[in-house]
Design a binder for this molecule. Sequence first.
Ligand SMILES: *Cc1c(COP(=O)(O)O)cnc(C)c1O
Length: 399
Amino acid sequence: MTGAAPLPEDPTILGRLDQLHADLTRHATYDLGFPGATDLPDMTAVSRFERLLLNNVGHPYAAGGSYRLHTKVVEHEVVQFVADLVDAPLDNRHGYVTTGSTESTLWALWQARQHLPGAAVFASTAAHYSVAKNAELLGLRLHLIPADDRGEIRYDVLRAAVADHRRTRRGAGAIVIATIGTTMTEAVDDAALIDEALTLAGVAPEQRWIHADAALAGIPLALCDPLSRPGFTFADGVHSFAVSGHKFLATPFPCGIVVALADRHTGRGSITYTAAPDSTITGSRSGHAPLWLWYLLRYWGLPGLRGRAIAARDLAAYTERQLHGIGWPAWRAQEHAFTVVFPRPPQHLLDRWPLATDERGNAHVVCMPGKTRDLIDRFVTDLAHTLTGTVSLPGSVAC
Ligand SMILES: *Cc1c(COP(=O)(O)O)cnc(C)c1O
């Protein structure tokens, strides 16, 4: 290959890309088990930015640094949009666009550790696996609290564990990760009940930090009638809140948004190299992620986002009914969930339909925006045939 040849004309490159694209598209048609939305609109309006190197390096609000090729103006608007949805106080909010909810949890725990030296972390056994990893990275002690059968944290056990921690650690603070939509069942830990448990365990308001890990369910729940949903907002006592961009908001790459109380935020000093303060986990940060998020939020607007959430819930209710219809037990952890949980189907069905499964013997489908009744019908029909054994499935789809 000579250096002068334009790459797209190299047939081996195009061939590889065609093959990869075909494989990925085929996998996408069987994706029911993971929370990726598939109704991404035409993104032509922002695609021209793909040819610009955009780096939101450093502090999200410090637009005055010496590096100019960034999208902090729209990043700020994205953070404000989410902060408004979850009642973050207007005069006391901070946040930024992260690489995803994993980084958001790491950042929240890092902030909490600076604010509450000696505090321990409490999370349910149904919390995302990244909680344990992040606690370990920060050298924070993690107490795992059992969840009930649906996957919601046991508030009575939390209260006892926090009280015990305070007795043995002479009044040290408590950091609680409230999972707002667990990965397996989409159960919601009610932040107001967690707040109450901390009060009962004798934790003063300034000694607690509740982080709401709302990777999938945060935006859809925020669009529900507040009287019909569990507590998970700043009004319910959380100090930080995170959603993923590549779940409900459908960005075609991983990203996330974290919001926190500004008066709990501890930044780092100004970096000479960029002349901007550093307050995030990574140094260089994507300038494209905020732009894609901003466009999607503006494109759908609140009514569009609400409509997508309602359609997803309707599909989940439909899925539950169809599964019951073939005699397969199925349930949802709460009425707003997109996730339908059922006993793990036979392995040869899972070869065709890759589903997440857990140690309790459950599997689930997540009825994300863009999934259709037709897709559900195909899955349920396959399951019904597997159960009755009347039709053998075609060969499995290799990964
Ligand atoms: C998906 C998920 C995460 C991880 O989010 P990423 O954005 O993929 O890092 C964390 N917590 C919960 C509850 C999740 O569902």
